[in-house]
Design a protein around this ligand. Structure first.
Ligand SMILES: Cc1cc2nc3c(=O)[nH]c(=O)nc-3n(C[C@H](O)[C@H](O)[C@H](O)COP(=O)(O)OP(=O)(O)OC[C@H]3O[C@@H](n4cnc5c(N)ncnc54)[C@H](O)[C@@H]3O)c2cc1C
Length: 475
């Protein structure tokens, strides 16, 4: 390893780090998955990334791009060892083009910092994952992240106009265009977004921006535990004139965890809806709120909402739901499935059945307006019971016409399940694309693509640089 790292230090200009604290830091993400990297490197510029990729190809060493490391399925964990490429220092906002409503940013720019820089221009970047105070634009591109506002604005994929990247071949590419409209064959930018660092390393991202509404209020609304969620969401989602940009749900258990920060000490505790209402001025806001109240009343929600004048404050608190559950439950299954809205209640009933059958507590929150549900099961994800719970949850979503990942991605945890959703032919196409962009398979191996044979999935394989697979690779 020493001679390998000496050759790495000669090949790249950025610092190579290998202290135990650094290796621990970059050996994990927000999931239970762990890896054992041999070093982290912070390349200086795109040429340095090219040098790094060439070095990795020559030596057959895995390299794993990383932003803030908040991914939730092992996406940024070096499960086969190798070198972590730390892009958090690439945090410069290079240009804001107000008239084009776009910005060129380094991949390490943190979402919150971008929003702060855009606010004086009356603009914002719509994707707002719960981790927005720390997670990076490069990470959002890697996982196609969403958040509460994707109900109105869609996921990261809808907000990326171009990507500069170094592919696994060592080629520097610029995919996309400054033009707002474009029809040039299959979209390579869309292909890159959600590729989890397996095709290339983004060195710059051009994002689209939206005009920032002058009123953006957050509402917290208590609802009955018996209220059917699909019809409540459909009633809110299906009406024009509400200005709703987010429809979120916390079940009674999650709401109780957040009752302190949200100022919502309900006794007995019950579920909550969290809404965002946008308007251009106060008069329009009043009209829209009247509309939302009416919809809620028809759905049986009669309590007055608690209002946050600045919805961002509410989303920061809502992001803490995960952290509160971290404190209470420790390692757990944090799933991320989505079904068509009319199937939400059937999905929730099935998740409750799975939890009962396996004897594990279930905590559930949802981006309800999109049928995107996060069941959190208090069980060790790597245990046999945890694996059964995850497999049953993903199967339930697929059986209802849904998906195995709404927004977090596939990572190493769900790679063995990808074929269940997109079929063998779909996986074959993805593998061919991967081979075209990364012929030696050095970029973030062990993620996204299913292991070649299912029987191999549980077995740790060895990389040339040593290090076993993360615990619980099959979830
Ligand atoms: C408390 C909490 C709340 C969350 N809430 C949400 C939510 O509401 N919605 C949601 O979608 N997600 C959510 N997440 C998941 C996670 O925060 C997002 O996926 C986020 O986009 C990851 O950003 P990151 O900077 O941490 O990326 P990382 O974890 O560092 O990386 C994520 C992936 O992107 C790749 N990558 C990183 N940088 C680059 C680059 N420059 N080029 C190519 N690939 C790269 C990595 O290899 C990895 O595969 C949450 C996580 C936590 C811990």
């Amino acid at each position: 390893v020493n001679s390998l790292l000496e050759s790495l230090a000669r090949a790249v200009r950025g610092p190579v780090r290998r202290g135990p604290a650094e290796l621990r830091r970059v050996g994990r993400d927000g999931s239970h998955v762990r890896g054992t990297p041999i070093a982290s490197v912070a390349p200086k510029d795109p040429d340095d990334v090219v040098a790094l990729v060439r070095w990795a190809r020559r030596r057959s060493v895995p390299i794993v791009p990383r932003g803030a490391g908040t991914s939730l399925d092992g996406e940024s964990v070096p499960v086969l060892g190798g070198v972590v490429v730390d892009l958090s220092g690439w945090n410069r906002i290079r240009e804001i083009r107000v008239d084009e409503r776009s910005a060129r940013v380094g991949p390490g720019v943190v979402n919150l910092d971008l929003q702060r820089a855009l606010a004086p221009h009356g603009l914002f970047f719509p994707p707002n994952p719960g981790s927005w105070t720390v997670s990076t634009i490069g990470g959002h591109v890697g996982t196609n992240a969403s958040g509460p506002r994707s109900f109105r604005y869609g996921p990261t994929r809808a907000w990326v106009r171009g990507v500069d990247a170094v592919l696994g071949t060592g080629d520097l590419v610029h995919w996309g265009s400054r033009a707002a409209k474009r029809s040039v064959g299959p979209d390579l930018v869309s292909l890159f977004v959600g590729s989890e660092g397996t095709l290339g390393i983004a060195t710059e991202v051009t994002v689209r921006l939206a005009p920032r509404p002058s009123v953006r209020r957050g509402w917290v609304v208590p609802i009955s535990a018996r209220a059917p969620l699909g019809p409540v969401a459909a009633s809110l989602a299906g009406s024009s004139g509400t200005g709703l940009s987010a429809i979120e749900y916390l079940d009674a258990r999650c709401a109780a965890e957040l009752s302190g920060p949200l100022g919502f000490d309900r006794s007995p505790p019950g579920p909550l809806l969290l809404l965002e209402i946008e308007a251009d001025d106060r008069a329009e806001a009043r009209e829209r709120e009247r509309h939302v109240r009416e919809r809620l009343r028809r759905s049986g929600a009669r309590s007055d909402p608690t209002v946050y004048e600045d919805a961002d404050e509410l989303w920061t608190l809502r992001g803490r739901a995960s952290l509160a559950l971290d404190d209470r439950l420790g390692e757990r299954i944090r799933e991320d499935v989505a079904v068509p809205l009319p199937e939400v209640d059937r999905l929730v009933a099935e998740l409750q059945r799975i939890a009962r059958a396996e004897g594990v507590p279930l905590y559930l929150f949802a981006h309800l307006g999109e049928g995107s549900v996060h069941p959190n099961y208090a069980v060790d994800p790597a245990s046999p019971r945890g694996r059964r719970v995850r497999a049953a949850t993903l199967a339930a979503s697929l059986a209802l016409g849904g998906t195995i990942s709404a927004e977090h991605g596939i990572g190493s945890v769900k790679a063995p399940f990808l074929t269940d959703e997109i079929g063998a032919a779909g996986v074959g196409v993805l593998r061919a694309l991967k081979a075209a962009c990364d012929p030696d398979g050095i970029l973030n191996p062990g993620k996204l693509y299913p292991p070649p044979a299912r029987r191999a999935a549980g077995r740790p394989s060895r990389s040339p640089s040593g290090s076993g697979a993360g615990r619980g690779r099959r979830g």
